[in-house]
Design a protein around this ligand. Structure first.
Ligand code: EPZ
Length: 416
């Protein structure tokens, strides 16, 4: 069955290792298309979205092999320029292949990547920027063709610091003629990781981690090896689980430098955080305090991907918390499922008013997307009794083995 079974109410104790970052690995895998040779990507998470990206690369003519968490991609023989609509629609991150394919062969035929329950997920910011680099886009109802003879540099200001649009501009600019300047670029750690990989392959990039990127086009890129950073959202999910359930855990390899906003909030809620060169620990010995106002923001604000997990913790905090979602238009889908477990949550437009209960009650609930599913795991770990979470496959898109990790931390949790 496609479910997770949890017998909740235990404190979390112990330690577990944090996997490589999904949202860094995906654009780096796409970027390997730009190299007429072999790239080695280490610390790559073995998750469904990475396997979907692997399938797309293989459809385009790449060979992909694994050894533990190291994936080797040989893009010498990229021949095709079309990806099947099915593969593309199954994962939005396929849109990152757009910039890479334009840089490699100058033409792409692809379906519009799927939206999902958290929002329409348009790609207008991607296409507008690429058109300024000389790309011609012929749009049909469900598909589009993008082609360019030679990508041209541009000096461009993004209307919104879109992570994906920043990534596509980087992938198109590294081999373009001239120096591209992108202002109001995304500053997420995943952008820095992509720049790190591209620079290891010989790209000439400055400004990563800031909102202004300068990319000087080079003739070609060379074979590269790169290690994916740890996943800040997986680490954040597990820290929030400890906040919610109580206990004392240590997350080996958790990227503290990328978790500043959460660490600050966790302290305000009553968690005692320790950071060292091996990772991040948290001790939670008393009931959580509510947060009067928390809003999601682009990096380095509180991440939207931790909004649903945080809502599950707020559901058992002392007092009323207010959680405002400013990045996606429909990221409160999980509320109805949390209500089945006794959560007291009122939604008004893009704000959730969460009045904490002493404890939630286990129930049968359904995941509808990745981070909402993770929030249900957090709720089940702290709830009394048994929780069954259906549609485990959504959670497996981003978490290598959430049950193994929480069993390492003392939880009674299994797949079923
Ligand atoms: C990336 O998505 C992440 N996915 C998301 O993580 C993350 O939530 C998001 O960045 C924000 O941090 C990957 O990296 C694979 P955006 P992306 O472009 O690139 C709107 C997870 O759970 N927008 O910064 O799609 C968009 O609709 C996932 O791991 C446009 O309007 O995010 C959204 O409201 C979920 N037009 C906002 O901008 C566009 O052309 C942020 O989108 C592009 C985006």
């Amino acid at each position: 069955m496609d479910s997770i079974y949890i017998y909740g109410g235990n404190f979390l104790r112990g330690e577990t290792k944090i996997q490589g970052s999904k949202n860094a690995a995906l654009p780096i895998m796409a970027a390997s298309l730009l190299i007429k040779g072999t790239c080695v990507i280490k610390n790559c998470p073995r998750i469904a979205d990475v396997y979907l990206m692997q399938n797309l690369l293989q459809e385009l003519g790449c060979s992909v092999t694994w050894y533990r968490n190291t994936v080797t991609i040989d893009a010498t023989n990229v021949i095709d320029n079309a990806m099947s609509g099915e593969s593309v629609r199954r994962m939005r991150s396929s849109v990152m292949l757009l910039g890479a394919m334009l840089g490699r062969i100058g033409e792409v035929f692809m379906a519009y990547p799927g939206g999902c329950v958290i929002g329409k997920r348009p790609i207008d910011l991607h296409l507008t920027a690429l058109k300024k680099m000389g790309v011609e886009v012929i749009e049909q109802e469900h598909f589009f063709t993008a082609k360019v003879r030679k990508l041209k540099a541009m000096d461009y200001t993004l209307p919104f610091p879109s992570v994906g649009a920043t990534e596509n501009i980087l992938l198109a600019a590294v081999l373009a003629e001239g120096t591209t300047t992108v202002r109001n670029a995304a500053k997420e750690p995943e952008i820095e990781a992509l720049c790190g990989f591209l620079k290891a392959a010989g790209a000439d990039i400055e400004g990563e981690g800031t909102s202004t990127l300068s990319i000087k086009g080079v003739g070609e890129l060379r074979e590269a090896k790169y290690t994916v950073p740890s996943d800040r959202i997986v680490a954040g999910t597990y820290l929030i689980a400890a906040l919610s359930s109580g206990g004392s855990i240590f997350l080996e390899k958790a990227p503290a430098e990328h978790l500043g906003a959460l660490i600050k909030v966790a302290g305000q809620m009553g968690g005692n955080i320790t950071v060292n060169e091996d990772g991040v620990g948290i001790d939670v010995i008393r009931r959580l305090k509510a947060i009067p106002c928390l809003r999601t923001e682009v990096y380095d604000g509180f991440p939207t991907d931790l909004q649903s997990p945080m809502m599950a913790a707020m559901a058992v905090a002392q007092g009323e918390s207010v959680l405002e979602e400013t990045i996606f238009e429909n990221r409160f889908r999980i509320v109805d499922e949390l209500r089945k477990m006794g959560a007291d949550i009122r939604i008004e437009k893009n704000k959730a008013y969460v009045t904490g209960k002493e404890r939630l009650v286990g129930a049968s609930v359904e995941a509808e997307e990745l981070r909402g599913g993770a929030a249900l795991v957090i709720a089940g770990l702290g709830a009394s009794g048994k929780t069954i979470i259906k549609n485990r496959h959504f959670i497996e898109r981003g978490y290598e083995d959430i049950c193994r990790d929480f069993r390492n931390l003392g939880a009674d949790i299994n797949i079923g």
